[in-house]
Design a protein around this ligand. Structure first.
Ligand code: SAM
Length: 236
């Protein structure tokens, strides 16, 4: 099949099973971690938003569970938050999202990918969602609180947020973040403690913010990334 042949040429962030026996060689294989996030088993009739979908692993997972899914990401790499010293001098002309589009076609998915930063995502443009899911995105943002505030504005139910956290910042009795953007390889501005993520989510307007769990995410090239999964709620 021509599409599956094209998939072999595509670089993949996510490991996705596109067809029986056709699994993409992703940098992140999240299949064994799905149970850690606390997604409802049955999402029939729900409208769900994924923030920062990349190749679409979570958006396709929510669709499999029965949800109508909208997935946000950015087509143009220049629109990502970059620490100025890390910002590439030239950017690729090619829009991002080829992996997502190819996977969507092969899977016969109806997930709608919208080219929009979470900073600019509003209920006037996108409507509201029974579930908002955001994994490993805010850690790369300069303004994590604004992103949570936008998510709160879009959410009429459950928000699931999973992010890397700092154990060192967590040694303080206060809600602290470590500043990371002065490192040569930085793609992180602030590394909050678990408590800080939780307090930010509450500050942004979520109620009943709870820690659903913690786990170590493993990249397929052997890196370990500690994640905390938080759940917060907005009135329906
Ligand atoms: C580290 S990946 C995480 C992918 C996926 N959410 C997961 O859990 O595996 C971060 C994603 O967030 C997207 N992203 C970065 N800044 C964003 C923004 N301001 N608004 C929406 N998406 C953004 C990136 O393009 C990328 O696809």
């Amino acid at each position: 099949m021509e599409l599956l042949e094209r998939a072999k040429q595509q670089p993949w962030y996510h490991t996705l099973e596109l067809a029986p026996g056709h699994v993409t060689p992703g940098w992140f294989d999240l299949r064994d971690s799905v149970g850690r996030y606390g997604l409802p088993e049955d999402m029939t009739g729900m409208r769900a938003l994924e923030v920062g979908t990349w190749d679409g692993f979570w958006a396709f997972e929510m669709e499999k569970r029965g949800a109508e899914v909208v997935a946000l990401d950015l087509d143009d790499e220049r629109d990502l938050d970059w620490p100025p010293r890390r910002r590439p001098a030239t950017f690729p002309d090619k829009p991002r999202g080829d992996g997502f589009r190819l996977a969507k076609e092969i899977l016969g998915s109806s997930v709608e990918r919208v080219n929009c930063s979470i900073y600019h995502a509003t209920p006037e443009e996108l409507g509201t969602f029974d579930l908002v899911f955001c994994g490993s995105v805010l850690i790369h943002l300069r303004d994590q609180l604004l992103a949570y505030e936008r998510m709160a504005g879009l959410c009429r139910g459950l928000c699931i947020s999973a992010e890397e956290y700092s154990r060192t910042a967590g040694l303080s009795p206060w809600a602290m973040s470590r500043y990371h953007a002065d490192r040569d390889s930085a793609v992180v501005f602030w590394m909050p403690s678990r408590k800080t993520w939780k307090r930010m989510m509450w500050t942004a307007g979520f109620d009943d913010v709870t820690e659903h769990g913690r786990f170590t995410m493993k990249t397929t090239d052997g890196h370990d990334i500690r994640h905390v999964v938080l759940h917060g709620r907005r009135p329906a």
